[in-house]
Every structure is written in C-alpha cells, then in structure tokens.
Design a protein around this ligand. Structure first.
Ligand code: NOJ
Length: 813
C-alpha cells in the first residue's frame, strides 16, 4: 500500500460522510471498501428491521454465559445482515463504579469478573458471525458529566477546559478496570475503543502508558485501538501513544469542517519524518490483522457494504445528506435482519434477566386459585409512552424501559408493554383488569386500588449518554428516586391494596427504602431495560410461566451515601479531577469490607422454587506457583514492509480523477511543500515509546497477557437439588476470600458463575474452574501478578452474602 492508502484506513471520512456512525477511507485498488463501524452493544443503531435486545445490564443479570454468547451471536448476525463490518460492542467500561453513572446499563454489572466473562462471550458470539467486535471504552469512563469539552454548556459548565480525569491507582487498574479487557483480548477481540476521559491526567486516546504499555505490551493486544468519537486531542502525539484509528475523523465539534488531526496531516507527518513510517505500518497492520488472524472474520470486499444509512430513514436521499451534496441515491434497502433466532434470544434473555427481590406470603406467581379475580395495572411503566417507543436515541421516558438513552439505543421493531402482556394473561384467567397510566392522578388511582384483589405497579428510572439531557439528568442520574412520581404511586396503591406487587424497571439500583418494607408491598421484582419484549417477559414471570432466575449485577444500598457520587460540579477548576478512592473496593467489596448492610446484595435473586446445595469438592489440577513462569521468548520481528517514501507528488490530491466532497476527509497532501525535519529537531516521543520491539516478561506473552494466567489450578464441583414446587434455574456463584499475607483484599471476590436449570426433585452438578489469575493479586512493588501463600476460602452459593458451601485451599511457601 502507498502512504495515502494506509492513512486512509486509519482516518474516518467525517461525521455523516458514509453509511455508518464511523467510516474509514477505502483502498479501491485492493478492493477494500470504507470500513463501517456501527453501534452497538444492544443491536444495530439507526436503522429499521432490527431487534432491540435486552441491554448489557439485563444480560448480566441472567448470570448465564451461554445465553450471553447467543445474544452476542444474534447481535452479530443482525450487524452482518445490515452490512456492518465492525460492531461497536461490547461495553466493558463503565464497570459501574458509580451507581448513578449514565451508561452503566450498557455493560455487564459492577464486577470485573462478570464483565470479563460476559464480555468475552459476547465477543465470541459477534465475531463468530463474521463481524469484528470493538470492546469499549478503555478506560475509566465511569460517569457522563464532563466526559467531553463542548458538551457541557449549562450550569456554568462551559468553563470546562479538559475532559474529566479518572485518576486510577495501579492495583485497581489491574484488578478492576483492565481485568475485563484482558478477557476480551484473550477472546480475540479485533478492536478496542479508548475513552473520552483522561486517565491520570492524560487523555486516554493519547496515553502511551495505557495504550502502548498496558494494552499492547502487557495484555498482548494485537488488534487496533480506535478513538471514541471526539476522544482524539492530538495528531502525531496520539499516533505515537498507540492510537491506530480515529473516527469519525474530524476534530471534535468541528463536524463537516473536514479538519482532522490525521488524514492529510498524518500523511504529511510521515513524509516530513515526524512519524516513523513503521508506526503507520503498525497501525494499518493492526487494523487489518484481525481479518486474517481470526478464523471467522474475512476482509470485506467492495461488494460487501452497508445497506442502510445512519442519517436518514427514507429509502432515497442525497448521498451526503449532512453536506447537502451529491446525487439522490437509494440510502436504505430496509433489509430484514430479524430472524426467529434473534427473536427467541431477545425474549429468553429478557425472561432470564428478571430478578425476584421480595415475595412475602408467596403471592407470586399470580394464581386465580388464590382468589385473585380483579387486578389493577398501574404506573407509567405499564403502558407505552404517548410519544411512541422510538424517540431519537430512546430519550422518551414515560413507558417501560426497553433501554437507556444514547448511542447504544436501538429502534424497537415493536414493543410489548407490560399492560398488554399482563392484561392478556389476566383475561385468559377470567380476571377483570383495571388500568391507570397517569402518575399524577391520585384520585382515580386511589379509587381503583380500593377495589382490586391485587395491584401491579410498574415504575422506572432512566439514564443515558451525556450528549442528551433528559428531565435535568445529564446522562448520569441526579438521584436514585423513581421517575414519574413512582414512590407516590406505589404508596397510594399500597395504602389501599393489600397485595401490591412492584416492578422496578430501571437502568440500575434505585432507592427502595420508601416502599420496600410496606406490609402491603408483598412482591418486588427488578427488571433492567429488557428490549422489545419487556412487557411479555415481566408478565410471564408474574404469572409463573417463567420461574425467575436472574441475579442482581450490582448492590442496592439503603443509603445514597454508600454509593460513589458523580462529580457534577466544577468548583474552582476547569479541569475536574475524579480520584477513584474506592480503589479495588468496587460495589459489594466495599459493603463487605465495611460491614454495611445493603438492601439487596450483589448476586441476590429469589426463585419460586427452592434449591439445596451440597457436596462441595475441590480438586487440585495444577499446583500454584507464587510467580508466573516466564513466557516463551517472542520470535524476532522481521520487518517485511520497507519504507517507501518517494516523491510527495505521489500523495497530492488527484484532482484529475474526482472532485472532493465538501467536508470529506481525504488522506492527500494539500501541497507538495513537505520539509523533512532535521534529526535534531525531532518530535518528542511519549515516555516509554520505542521504535524497537519491547518485551515485558513475565507479564506479556500472548492474548490477554502471560498465558499461564489462564491455567486451571483447581476444579470445584457441587450438587444442587431442586427441593421446591417448580422447575427453575439456579445461578450459582463462586467467591474467594484471599489471605492477607502481603496486602489485604476484599472479603470476597466473584470468581465463578454456573447456571443450571433443574426439574422439580432433580439434582444437577455445578462446576467451576479456578484459574491461576483467579488467585492472584497485582503486586504494585514488583509489578507482577502474584499468588500469596496462605489459606484461600472458597464459597459457593446463591449470592455474595448467601454462601451455602465453604471450602479451603492452602497454598504453602
Ligand atoms: C460516542 C459514544 O461514547 C460511543 O460509545 C459511540 O460508539 C460513539 N459515540 C458512536 O456513536
């Protein structure tokens, strides 16, 4: 490839300059089309005839790896059908440090192990369908406030000069924030997106330590790093720091200007010797490598292009609608990407995601034989929003939540509302159904509540991405209250109806203290954003067609002060700092360490049946070693690509071949006036940047780092018997308590999940593998993963606080 061909693959062509939210340039000579990058994690964004899958947080609450793999596969299949080459999925950060963080619903819950295992399953699913997965966002994007200069104009926030800096300590970086990305890399993820925020006061997308060292050296990542939209803040510097691709292409907020940090300037920097050509070769090799290295991926041909446009839903439109340029062409082919497979998976995930939190008196499942003849369905989550269920980026919030809002939102092909699905089942059972969907009209609600045998109140709490403000929530939630008067509605209904069931349909934990202990609130169910089948899944659980088997992927606290607050004021600075003082004590680790009683702990969730655990067996498979063995030496790198800089004239815009589209980003030089910089005038390379291969054993050595980290050291098995009245799923969890030989660790960390479905009276075996990495701590002094000597307690149970079985592993010196 020529320099301009290579540069073209590294730089997006500009916002709106292609079918997808991100489009690289093409290499027509080799038949490589513009590569299409499209959101996202819950289905294909900005198009029709697709499935709106249950969100990441809902997928997490299934605690079911196999099902999450199938969800990834279904999401991959639909991207493929639409002609997407690279899916901007899965989301592995935010990790949920802040319960009110606006985008927590996109990822897999407040635990690195859960994020890692479900992230890897999703990547395998997507890539098995021939679509390259891009895991994101690396790293520390734990809140929306101040994520991006230019987005914050209200409340005096326009003073913001730099994105917020997430200041993360070394141990937390390794044990919490990087952990799921190691799993992603091991699963063969093609791309990783660097985040909008700064990390320790350097922008994530130009943080050489983060990208060159941690990601590419230590974790052995051989794919490419792509910027979040507008997360690039420098040209040569970001290239040297490890960024391989920039999208959408232009400088943030200068959309349609055609001005880019890269594109023509990257070409110039190679010609004038500022950027070693070897780095450009590396960038392009990394972008193309996944298509050759991963069996299921294939480099797209120029016939393999998207069949939709992100910029219009009409069939025909101008080729470059934002630029008002070009001929009228067919923009959308309305290709049906939906299949029975994706429908089934969307519904099954929604069903398994539902968490039963309270069932006093066993009023659930609803049974006609219990004398229930007249029911009330109430709450703004019961019926659809009057504005519909496809407001742009899902910013409407008055119906049930199919997702949060922002770039991870997907158009619903339809939505089954809780009212529709519950009323149908009630009618089939000859019950009378009353309905109220007005959360401000207490008089009629009171009247109705007085007259029914059972009431179901569906309440919501929403959040989303920072570029959209909804009801004064700037992405992040401003508090943990239920939206649309939810608490008042529950209290009105429960003060009159002795069997009140509350369904909390929310993006994360809410304050339940105002209703959870009310005697008449006999049942409480948590449902995350469940996609298009939200109502059906809820109704199936309430009526016992499905036995709930979901578990909370976060802790629900009793007090707001137990959560990490959002930094939502600039105070005197224009450069906000967010010190991650919780260190490794994320979510339940913090509650456990300080002996704080949560309302509902991480991993909690009831069933209509009962399970009994027994027969814990721990068997050593390989003996643990304190230090990691040295990996095999890397093979020497033989450079096969020669520098091929010739005449700058070769890189000039070929005006005789075509006219430039206004605002489109091309790789060509503006003029041939390229000066080669003298050697002593060279650009300062970022600390640690080396043009030669660096190897950092014992950490590196393969995808995800030293491969010995994935060696199985112990196998753990136990028996689970269904001793209740219904068949059901049991999401078993394995936690480890570490010794404190060198450093102290959280009282318990999740290190295994295994979900089994068991018929009434039957017994199943649950199995876990404890890997080398599962027993390690990150030793900041020696900069290594080490296994401490001492006693490790192994807990197997049904939540982070209900551990029915306990065993020990002794590791001697
Ligand atoms: C910005 C968001 O942060 C990112 O997650 C998304 O993929 C891009 N916008 C593209 O829509």
């Amino acid at each position: 490839m020529s320099i301009v061909e290579k540069v073209n693959l590294t730089t997006g062509t500009g916002w709106g300059s292609g079918s997808c939210v991100g489009n690289t340039g093409s290499v027509p000579r080799l038949g490589i089309p513009e590569l299409c990058l499209q959101d996202g994690p819950n289905g294909v964004r900005y198009t029709d005839f697709v499935t709106n899958f249950p969100s990441g947080i809902a997928a997490a609450s299934t605690f079911n790896k196999g099902l999450v793999y199938l969800r990834g596969k279904a999401i991959g299949k639909e991207h493929k059908q639409k002609g997407v080459h690279m899916a901007l999925a899965p989301v592995l950060g935010p990790i949920g440090l802040k319960a009110a963080g606006g985008r927590n619903w996109e990822s897999f819950g407040a635990d690195p192990y859960l994020q890692g295992i479900l992230g890897a399953a999703t990547i395998e699913g997507i890539q098995d369908e021939g679509v390259l997965a891009i895991a994101r966002s690396f790293v520390g994007n734990e809140q929306e406030h101040f994520r991006q200069v230019g987005e914050w104009e209200d409340n005096g926030w326009d003073r913001l000069e730099k994105s917020i800096s997430s200041n993360i300590g070394d141990r937390a970086m390794h044990e919490i924030y990087m952990w799921p990305f190691a799993d992603a890399i091991r699963a063969g993820v093609g791309g990783i997106m660097c985040s909008l925020n700064q990390v320790n006061n350097t922008y994530a997308c130009e943080n050489s330590y983060l990208l060159n060292y941690l990601l590419k050296e230590e974790l052995g990542f051989q794919g490419f790093v792509v910027s979040d939209w507008g997360a690039q803040h420098s040209g040569v510097y970001s290239a040297l720091a490890g960024l391989d691709m920039t999208v959408p292409g232009e400088i943030f907020d200068d959309w349609l200007s055609g001005k880019s940090f890269w594109g023509p300037l990257l070409t110039r920097s190679v010609y004038n010797n500022t950027l070693p050509q070897q780095r450009l070769d590396d960038m392009v090799t990394r972008i193309l490598a996944p298509f050759f290295a991963i069996d299921t991926l294939k480099l797209p041909s120029d016939e393999d292009t998207p069949n939709f446009s992100s910029w219009t839903y009409h069939t025909y439109g101008q080729q470059y609608p934002y630029q008002h340029y070009g001929p009228i062409i067919q923009q959308n082919y309305h290709q049906n990407a939906r299949t029975k497979f994706s429908d089934d998976i969307a519904l099954n995930v929604a069903r398994e995601a539902i968490v039963l939190l309270k069932n006093d008196g066993h009023n659930l499942p609803i049974d006609k034989d219990d004398g229930i003849r007249k029911i009330l369905i109430a709450g703004s989550g019961a019926g659809l929003d009057a504005r519909g269920y496809n407001c742009k980026d899902q910013r409407c919030y008055e119906g049930p939540l199919t997702s949060g809002w922002g770039s991870a939102a997907v158009n619903n092909p339809f939505v089954i509302s809780p009212y529709e699905a519950i009323a149908k089942r009630a009618r089939e059972r000859e019950m009378l159904v009353e309905y109220s969907n007005d959360n401000w009209d207490f008089d009629s609600l009171d009247e109705l509540s007085d007259l029914v045998d059972l009431a179901i109140v569906i309440v919501t709490a929403d959040s989303g991405e920072g570029f959209i403000e909804v009801d004064d929530n700037y992405g992040d939630r401003q508090n943990f209250s239920l939206w649309n008067n939810g608490d008042e509605i529950i209290n009105h209904v429960a003060s009159r109806c002795s069997k009140t069931i509350v369904v909390v349909n929310s993006v994360g934990p809410v304050n339940m203290e105002k209703f959870i202990e009310l005697e008449n609130v006999v049942g409480v169910v948590y449902a995350g954003p469940l996609g298009q089948y939200v109502g059906q899944a809820i109704a199936e659980v309430l009526f016992g067609e499905v036995n709930p088997s979901g578990k909370l992927p976060f802790t629900i606290a009793r007090k707001k002060s137990h959560y990490v607050p959002i930094v939502d004021s600039l105070k005197d600075s224009n450069d906000p700092q967010d010190n991650f003082d919780r260190d490794i004590y994320l979510d339940y680790r913090f509650f456990d360490k300080h002996n704080i009683k949560p309302r509902f702990e991480f991993g909690y969730g009831l069933s209509y049946t009962k399970f009994q655990l027994s027969d814990l067996k721990i068997v050593e498979i390989n003996s643990p070693t304190e230090y990691l063995p040295y990996p095999e030496e890397y093979l020497p790198i033989y450079r096969t690509i020669e520098d091929d800089i010739c005449d700058p004239e070769d890189a000039l815009f070929p005006h005789d071949e075509f006219d430039p589209v206004p605002g489109f980003i091309y790789p060509y030089l503006y003029n041939e006036n390229v000066q080669t910089l003298p050697d002593d005038d060279r650009f300062d390379y970022p600390l640690g940047y080396s043009e030669t291969n660096t190897n950092s054993p014992p950490l590196s050595g393969g995808f995800g780092g030293n491969q010995a980290l994935w060696e199985v050291l112990f196998s753990v098995k136990a028996k689970v018997k269904n001793i209740g009245k219904y068949k059901g799923g049991f999401a078993s969890q394995l936690y480890i308590e570490f010794p404190s030989t060198f450093v102290s660790s959280p009282p318990k960390v999740l290190r295994g999940i295994d979900k089994v479905f068991i018929k009434k009276g039957d017994t199943a075996t649950i199995e876990f593998n404890i890997l080398h990495r599962d027993l390690t701590i990150w030793d900041t002094r020696s900069q290594q993963w080490i296994i401490q000597t001492g006693t490790y307690k192994i807990f197997v149970g049904s939540s982070s606080r209900r551990v029915e079985l306990c065993g020990e592993i002794d590791i001697g010196a």
